[in-house]
Design a protein around this ligand. Structure first.
Ligand code: NAD
Ligand code: ZN
Ligand code: ZN
Length: 337
């Protein structure tokens, strides 16, 4: 089988031949159909974050495929069933986070494509309890981006307090942002989209953004305040400057949800204004298995549109260059069939 492997943080990935692994215990073996390229894979391959993965490893956490075999401890997932392999590869299942609906904060978690091998491969191992069934009728090419970009922004929009009568700012209309915009609309908010390429700004208009701001030529906070200010802001742009612009766009009582993770990402905010304005600044990491079930259900109902282009796994390095060069419509998905 083919697998895309990060051998070092400073070299291109290598697509190499490997033995198809055997599932043991709680594992399932998944014959991959599609795998989305999240910007997180690029941070992983470059060792961008304080906690680094250990090369060699296989990135990928927007994996969709069919269960081919299962370990002797798996009985609720069937051979032949289509499943998603998300970032939350496995959690302990019994800590205070796991039992209170916050499994994504479990300290014992393993992350697909980071601490354990992920989905940019023809066959992947995954924990049978943490894969999420993909409902019939969802195209595997759509299901892939929903598995991280979708679930992450669905959760972030939930946390942001976006609702009818409120104004929500979505900063960065990439893989995550194009779905964030749709969830903010589903939650009933008036939406403001920000990006730095003409194509992304046009995409935001096509997806029904109420307002669009070009961060190259416009002062984001000034423009948002002119529109009446944002009650919720979701930071999805891989750019440090964009965080402060989103913070400065908030109305009193507003919430800034930090999602993007640029290398050495930092946000400096004034204590006085934050206190007097009653501002909330929160981080948000992916979403739970239940959030992903809800994301799939919304898509099955036709409420969301996944904008994606397909690539071959062999093209992973040029695909990374395309994402970094801002040349991708929204999401690239490897078609592994
Ligand atoms: P992407 O590259 O597809 O999208 C980023 C977008 O930001 C692009 O459209 C780009 O044009 C835009 N942008 C760049 N600079 C900007 C600026 N100054 N103002 C406005 N927009 C700007 O990336 P993605 O896959 O959507 O991921 C975004 C970030 O989210 C990455 O850092 C990724 O690691 C992170 N992420 C976090 C989580 C989480 O759970 N917190 C989950 C997935 C991804
Ligand atoms: Zn991701
Ligand atoms: Zn736990």
């Amino acid at each position: 089988m083919k697998a895309a492997v990060v051998r070092s943080f400073t070299e291109p990935l290598v697509v190499e031949e490997r033995e198809v692994p055997e599932p043991a215990g709680h594992q399932v073996l998944v014959r991959m159909e599609t795998s989305g390229l999240c910007h997180t894979d690029i941070h992983a391959a470059h060792g961008d974050w304080p906690v680094k993965p250990s090369p060699p490893f296989v990135p990928g956490h927007e994996g969709i495929g069919v269960v081919e075999a299962r370990g002797d401890q798996v009985d609720h997932v069937q051979v032949g069933q289509r499943v998603a392999i998300p970032w939350l590869g496995e959690a302990c299942g019994h800590c205070e986070y796991c039992v209170s609906g916050w499994e994504t904060l479990c300290l014992q978690q393993q992350n697909s494509g980071y601490s354990v091998d992920g989905s940019h491969t023809e066959y992947a191992l995954a924990h049978g309890t943490y894969v999420v069934p993909v409902p019939d009728g969802i195209d595997p090419l759509d299901a892939a981006p929903l598995t991280c970009a979708g679930v992450t922004t669905y959760k972030a929009v939930k946390l942001s307090g976006a609702r009818p009568g409120k104004r929500a700012l979505v900063s960065g209309i990439g893989g995550l942002g194009h779905l964030a915009l749709q969830y903010a609309t589903i939650f009933g908010a008036e939406t403001i989209a920000v990006d730095i390429t003409d194509e992304k700004l046009q995409l935001a208009r096509d997806l029904g953004a109420d307002h669009v701001i070009d961060a190259r030529t416009q002062d984001v906070a000034e423009e948002v305040r002119r529109l009446g200010g944002a009650d919720a802001a979701i930071s999805l742009a891989v750019s440090n400057d964009s965080f402060r612009a989103a913070y400065d766009s908030l109305n009193r009582g507003g919430t800034l949800v930090l999602v993007a993770l640029p290398p050495e990402g930092e946000l400096s905010i004034p204590v006085f204004d934050t206190v007097l304005n009653g501002t909330t600044v929160t981080g948000s990491i992916v979403g739970t298995r239940e959030d992903l079930v809800e994301v799939f259900r919304l898509h099955q109902l036709g409420r969301t549109r996944v904008v994606r282009e397909t690539r071959r796994l062999e093209d992973i390095n040029t695909s990374i260059d395309e994402v970094l060069g801002g040349k991708v419509t929204a999401r690239l998905v490897f078609d592994l069939r």
